[in-house]
Design a protein around this ligand. Structure first.
Ligand code: SF4
Length: 185
């Protein structure tokens, strides 16, 4: 077996272990991913089409997922201040509370078994691999705002930062969110 084939099998098994952890507390895996997405997406991305791009699923799946999470009282929709015809989707207080018990938190204990240097190099390698996989499939990276080529730190028109692409002020909190327009710097 080649080294790369071994690596692919390891990634596949890890994804399966993570998948087994995901069916928990009455939510299916896509519903968990939607909750995580809306907790981390910035104001330009926290809408149904942002979720569709992020997950790479159909409009129907996104719509059913959002309806199911609204019925459970975990998500709420509001008019999108950026787009009069659009909606913004955010977590309710119950959604935030449930997310604190995210089943993927179990990985923190698993990762703690690795030395810090190994964790950091794993983070770097997996980040590179994910970017390459998304690029090869023509999908958006949805990286952090602060790592974007358009992010202008401490700009005169910022709060304190500024987005050169969308011409919008950005806060420190915004800089730590993910964005559909992100272009890695
Ligand atoms: S700087 Fe980049 S990531 Fe941040 S809001 Fe602008 S386009 Fe999105």
């Amino acid at each position: 077996m080649s080294d790369d084939r071994r690596l692919i099998d390891l990634l596949d098994r890890l994804a399966r272990v993570a998948g087994n952890d995901r069916n928990a507390l009455g939510l299916n895996p896509v519903q968990w991913e939607a909750l995580r997405f809306f907790a981390r997406a910035n104001r330009f991305s926290c809408n149904p089409s942002g979720l569709r791009q992020y997950l790479g699923v159909t409009k129907g799946t996104v719509s059913q997922t959002i309806i199911a999470l609204e019925k459970k009282g975990l998500l709420k929709k509001a008019p999108d201040p950026q787009d009069r015809r659009g909606v913004e989707v955010r977590l309710t207080a119950s959604g935030k509370k449930l997310l604190a018990d995210d089943p993927l938190n179990r990985w923190q204990a698993d990762l703690a078994a690795l030395p810090s240097a190994k964790r950091r190099s794993l983070e770097s390698a997996l980040g590179d691999l994910l970017r390459a996989a998304l690029h090869n499939r023509e999908r958006q990276p949805f990286g952090f705002c602060r790592d974007c080529v358009h992010f202008l730190r401490h700009h005169e028109n910022g709060e304190p930062h500024f987005c050169a692409l969308l011409e919008a002020p950005l806060s420190d909190d915004d800089s730590a969110l993910i964005c559909r327009e992100q272009s890695p710097g």
